[in-house]
Design a protein around this ligand. Structure first.
Ligand SMILES: Cc1cc2nc3c(=O)[nH]c(=O)nc-3n(C[C@H](O)[C@H](O)[C@H](O)COP(=O)(O)OP(=O)(O)OC[C@H]3O[C@@H](n4cnc5c(N)ncnc54)[C@H](O)[C@@H]3O)c2cc1C
Length: 195
């Protein structure tokens, strides 16, 4: 695999309505609600940093990526994460991420050889009766993993801002941009100020 995948599993229906309702509750201004006025209100709240209202809408993604990047994602403490377990699931398949930046054919051959060797020793250890939770120590960071990640709009904004930045791990940037594309569809007003 040379590109991580990001798939939307579910999101709060009518996120704009619930966020606007939360905002209007603060000011007891429900009588002023209309689609246009609500959109203006939400923009103003975000501008002012009154972002807690964004916490009432959430999105859940299924992400397939390397363990390099899953480790970075789980540092975001306000997410809820379920991740494929290497304690309970055998890594039978040679499934790993190859950064497209490893472009040189000789480097690619060495990269692939390292993966094949790691998986081969993993298999040998299992055959000797070593448990999955111990044999996995020899597996590489490039090993693919699947995670289901839920977070609210405030936290996704934060993650996108940090992780789509050009100094981040390229695979991570790709995930952040994938999430941004989905949020732009589901709740465009939540990321208008995000590059
Ligand atoms: C370019 C880059 C390089 C990095 N390099 C390293 C590195 O070399 N080593 C390393 O260990 N990490 C590194 N990190 C990870 C980084 O330090 C954070 O752990 C990670 O980005 C999670 O972000 P966060 O803590 O802002 O957000 P989250 O955990 O997503 O939390 C969201 C926000 O909630 C608030 N919050 C959450 N928990 C607390 C708390 N306990 N106290 C106060 N406020 C809280 C903060 O405002 C925080 O920004 C790097 C991250 C980036 C983007």
């Amino acid at each position: 695999l040379t590109a991580p995948s990001v798939r939307l599993l579910s999101y709060t229906p009518e996120p704009e309505a619930v966020v606007a309702r939360a905002g209007r509750t603060c000011y007891d201004s429900h009588h002023l609600s209309s689609p246009d006025a609500d959109a203006r209100l939400i923009r103003a709240l975000i501008r002012r940093g009154h972002e807690s209202v964004l916490e009432h809408a959430s999105l859940t993604f299924e992400i397939v990526c390397s363990r390099v990047v899953s480790h970075e994602l789980v540092r975001h403490r306000l997410t809820s994460v379920s991740q494929r377990s290497q304690r309970y699931v055998r890594e039978d398949e040679l499934r790993y991420f190859t950064p497209p930046e490893v472009a040189d054919p000789a480097a690619q051959r060495e990269y692939d050889a390292a993966m094949i060797a790691a998986w081969s020793y993993y298999g040998m250890l299992l055959k000797r009766g070593v448990s999955k939770q111990l044999a996995r120590y020899v597996l590489p960071n490039a090993c693919l993993t699947t995670m289901v990640v839920t977070a609210n709009l405030r936290e996704w904004r934060h993650i996108i801002k940090l992780r789509a930045a050009p100094d981040c791990q390229p695979e991570m940037q790709e995930i952040a941009r994938g999430i941004l594309a989905v949020v732009r569809e589901a709740a465009p007003w939540a990321v208008e100020d995000v590059a």
